[in-house]
Design a protein around this ligand. Structure first.
Ligand code: AMP
Ligand code: MG
Length: 487
C-alpha cells in the first residue's frame, strides 16, 4: 500500500543476492496490533515519520499486518555452530522488511522479530513474547548508550494474541534496526552450497556494504576477513570493559558488521567474577565472561573456514593465509582492552607496569567480591568508604601504586577525572532493575519503570543525581540470577 508519508525509503539489495540465500515470505497477520514502546530518536535518525507511525495504521505496519509498498519481505537463510555443533538455521521467527535509506545516506535493515513462521522455523512457532522483546529493546538501547556497536530497537508492539511457552504469554513483535543481518552463519550457510558462486557474491556484498576499503587491497577477501576479525575483536573488548556477558555466542549470533546482536540470555555482571554465567542453558560455562575473547576467536576461525575457497584455490595456501589473519585477533583484542582499561583508570600514555596494576585490581575485586562497575566509580570519585574492597589493607597498597602511576601522567587530576568519567558508566542495566521494569510492564501494563530505566541509561556517562539510585547493586540474594533464551 501507499506508505510514502511514513518516511520509508526502502531498497532490497539482499533480495538481489542468489535465491538460495533467502525465502520471500510475509509476516503473519495478527489480531490486534498495539504499540507498547517506540523509539522516537532512532525513528528520526532513520528519516521515519514518528507521528505517522504512532497511529493504528503505524502499529499495523510495525507488526507486519500492513506491508509498505516498497518492501519485499524475506527470511534469510543461515547456519551456525550452536554451543559448538553445526546446524542449518535461518530466520525462524524474523522477517526482513527492507533496507531503509536514511537522510544521511546510510542503509539500515529493518527486521521484525516474532512475526510468524518461515521455512526456517523448524519446530518453532515463529512467535515472540512481550517480556523478552522489551528486554532486547532495553539492553540494546543501553548498549548504544554505552557506545558499544549494536543492533537497535525501533519498537515493540503487542499482537493481541497469546503465545504458548511454559505458560501463556502476550505475543509481541520487535522491530530491529541493524547495519545488516549478515552473520558468520550466513557465510557458513553459503559455504555448504554446491558451487562457490553464492559465497563469492555474498562476500562481495558484505565488502560493498560494510568494508569497501577492502576493495583497495590486493586480495579483497583476505581484506574482508581482516576487517571482520578486527571489528569483532574491538567489539568483544568493549563488552569486557563494561562487564557484559552475551550469553549465546553461537556463530549465527556473530555479525559481519561488528554489531552486537541477539539479546536473549545476555546480562551485565555485578560482582566481578571471570566465571560468571547467567544463561540457564549454558551449563558448561562455554560463554562465561572470561571465555568471551577466546570464543570470539574460535567463531572467527569458523568464518575463516567458510571463506577458504575464496582465499586461494590451493587449500594449504588458503589455510595459511587464514591462520596468519587469525593471529591478529589477540593483538587487536589485547590492545583495545588494555587501552580501554587505561582510560577507566585514568592512565595516560603507556607504562610497563600498567598491565600488572590492572590485573591486581581485578584480582582484588574478585577476592573481595566487589561490584565491577562501582569499583571504577569509587576510583573515579575517590569514594573509598563504601565497600569491603576499598576499605581493605590490600587495596590501600594498590591505591598507592595507582596514585604513583597517576603522578607520571602529563596532565593533572581534573583531566584524569574527566577521562575516568567518560569511560566508567554511572549506571548499567542491572539485572534486578531490568527484571523489575519488565515485570511491571508485562504483568501490570505499567511502562513507567521501563521508561525511567531507559532514560537513566541513555547517557550512562552523565553521572547525574538520578543515576545514583540506579547504580546500587542488588541485595545479596539467595538465588543467583538466571536468564533464559527468549524463544
Ligand atoms: P536464537 O537463539 O534467537 O539465536 O535463535 C536460534 C535459531 O532458532 C534461529 O534460527 C531462530 O530463528 C530460531 N528460533 C528461535 N525461536 C524461534 C521460534 N519461536 N520459532 C521459530 N524459530 C525460532
Ligand atoms: Mg540468533
Amino acid at each position: 500500500m501507499e506508505t510514502m508519508h511514513f518516511g520509508f525509503r526502502f531498497d532490497n539489495s539482499y533480495a538481489r543476492l542468489p535465491k538460495s540465500l533467502f525465502t520471500i515470505v510475509n509476516p503473519a497477520q495478527v489480531r490486534e496490533p498495539a504499540i507498547v514502546i517506540f523509539n522516537d530518536n532512532l525513528a528520526k535518525g532513520l528519516g521515519l515519520d514518528t507521528s505517522a507511525l504512532k497511529t493504528n495504521l503505524g502499529a499495523a505496519i510495525l507488526v507486519g499486518n500492513v506491508i509498505p509498498k516498497e518492501s519485499s519481505p524475506l527470511a534469510q537463510a543461515y547456519a551456525g555452530h550452536q554451543f559448538g555443533h553445526f546446524t542449518i538455521l535461518g530466520d525462524g521467527r524474523a522477517i526482513l522488511l527492507g533496507e531503509q535509506l536514511t537522510p544521511s545516506g546510510k542503509r539500515y535493515d529493518l527486521q521484525f522479530k516474532g512475526s510468524g513462521r518461515t521455512p526456517y522455523s523448524r519446530g518453532g512457532d515463529g512467535k515472540a513474547t512481550l517480556g523478552p522483546m522489551l528486554r532486547e529493546y532495553l539492553i540494546s538501547e543501553a548498549m548504544h548508550g554505552l557506545n558499544i556497536p549494536t543492533t537497535r530497537s525501533l519498537s515493540v508492539c503487542t499482537t493481541g494474541e497469546m503465545v504458548l511457552r511454559e505458560e501463556k504469554l502476550p505475543g509481541a513483535v520487535l522491530t530491529r534496526v541493524a547495519k545488516s543481518h549478515l552473520r558468520v552463519g550466513t557465510f557458513q550457510y553459503a559455504a555448504t552450497l554446491q558451487t562457490t558462486d553464492e559465497l563469492k557474491l555474498l562476500a562481495d556484498y558484505a565488502i560493498e556494504r560494510h568494508y569497501p576499503n577492502a576493495l583497495q587491497e590486493e586480495h579483497k577477501y583476505l581484506g574482508l576477513l581482516r576487517e571482520v576479525i578486527r571489528s569483532q575483536a574491538v567489539l568483544v573488548a568493549k563488552w569486557m570493559l563494561v562487564g557484559f556477558i552475551h550469553g549465546v555466542m553461537n556463530t549465527d549470533n556473530v555479525t559481519i558488521s561488528g554489531e552486537t546482536i541477539d539479546y536473549g540470555p545476555c546480562a551485565f555482571m555485578d560482582i566481578f567474577d571471570p566465571a560468571t554465567v547467567f544463561s540457564s542453558i549454558d551449563r558448561q560455562g562455554r560463554y562465561a565472561y572470561a571465555n568471551q575473547p577466546m570464543i570470539a576467536n574460535w567463531n572467527l576461525a569458523r568464518f575463516a573456514d567458510s571463506l577458504l575457497p575464496l582465499l586461494d584455490p590451493v587449500e594449504e595456501i588458503a589455510v595459511k593465509l587464514a591462520e596468519d589473519e587469525l593471529k591478529q585477533f589477540s593483538n587487536v583484542y589485547d590492545q583495545h582492552y588494555l587501552d580501554g582499561m587505561r582510560r577507566k583508570l585514568g592512565l595516560i600514555g603507556a607504562n610497563p607496569e600498567d598491565t600488572s596494576l590492572i590485573r591486581d585490581l581485578l584480582h582484588l575485586m574478585y577476592e573481595h567480591q566487589a561490584d565491577y562497575t562501582n569499583t571504577f566509580l569509587a576510583l573515579t570519585f575517590a569514594r573509598y568508604n563504601q565497600s569491603k574492597l576499598t576499605q581493605s589493607e590490600n587495596f590501600e597498597s594498590w591505591l598507592q601504586r595507582w596514585k604513583e602511576r597517576l603522578s607520571k601522567n602529563p596532565s593533572g587530576p581534573d583531566a584524569v577525572q574527566k577521562i575516568m568519567k567518560t569511560n566508567n558508566p554511572a549506571v548499567i542495566p542491572r539485572n534486578h532493575r531490568v527484571e523489575e521494569a519488565l515485570r511491571q510492564a508485562v504483568q501490570n501494563g505499567d511502562l513507567k519503570p521501563l521508561r525511567k530505566l531507559l532514560d537513566v541509561l541513555k547517557d550512562p556517562f552523565a553521572h547525574s543525581g538520578q543515576q545514583r539510585e540506579y547504580a546500587k547493586p542488588p541485595d545479596p540474594s539467595a538465588t543467583p540470577y538466571r536468564t533464559f533464551c527468549g524463544t
